[in-house]
Design a protein around this ligand. Sequence first.
Ligand SMILES: *Cc1c(COP(=O)(O)O)cnc(C)c1O
Length: 308
Amino acid sequence: MTGERPTVRVDLSRVRTNVQAIARATGVGVIAVVKANAYRLGAARVAGAIAEDVAGFYTFDLGEAIDAGLPRLGKPVIVLRGDLNTADEFLAAGARPVVWDVATARALRAAHPVLAIDTGQQRFAAAAADVPAIIQAGEIDEAFTHATKLEHAVAFEAITRGLPLRRHAAGSSLLSEPAARFDAVRPGLAIYDGAVAVTASLIDARDATGPAGYSGFDVPRFGLIGAGYSQGLRPGPCSIAGRPSRILEVGMQTSFVELAAADRIGAEVTILGDDVPLSMIAPAWGCSMQQVLGNLCRLGERVYVKPE
Ligand SMILES: *Cc1c(COP(=O)(O)O)cnc(C)c1O
């Protein structure tokens, strides 16, 4: 049964050109968000491919940063969960902790902490009223907010106005908003956009003899691919030999796809790619593009297309 699992192709040169395009379009540095193993593209490979082009990296915890080898790449590394490690651990790893309260800012002062300011998310971030005391306790020179709407960036600007801070706010959804740019942008999804293609071969193809599967879907012809909900797949769009089609029903380790008369065993099914982008899948799944990407990247073994 080898060779049935889908292939996940990660185009590292596309990640790199995405970073370069964002830097050009925004006119500021790009802090690459490589948390969750770079949205499951593989953080070590991704970070190595873009190290020359980024202003820094951002991860969720220190373990992720170390596992991905980020401290060796010579760029600043910001770690959200500053509360989980000591100043010595951050210093030894060459990473900067994020803080959002006075006690942690003081305890981590030697590790050059970065302040997170709450502008709506109410998670891992300081209330505006606490900002001056935290800046003093941690001798802070850099602050950000997790802005997903313009109003978050506007609130951040008001809270930090006139303070001697390097500032950043925008993730992927606010890259086109000049008012959210400040001194850097901090995208995740946008640097991975279009860089992953997930394909599978048809492992069965047949004309229906009646309603099929658990759900009794009713189509003239259907086939199977070797991935299911245990790998994170869900019903939604796909394409077969360049023609739009559908993943009709997802089983535990295989899924039914709708076929045209000419489709045969071995035909290539695109689960994610240029003709089936994240922006098409996410509404069908009813979740974010980040979640779709993370799920589809674990459908099969990753292979890398290297830069240059
Ligand atoms: C995950 C994350 C981002 C990136 O979000 P995208 O929408 O994927 O660009 C930016 N900033 C913070 C603080 C995050 O946690």
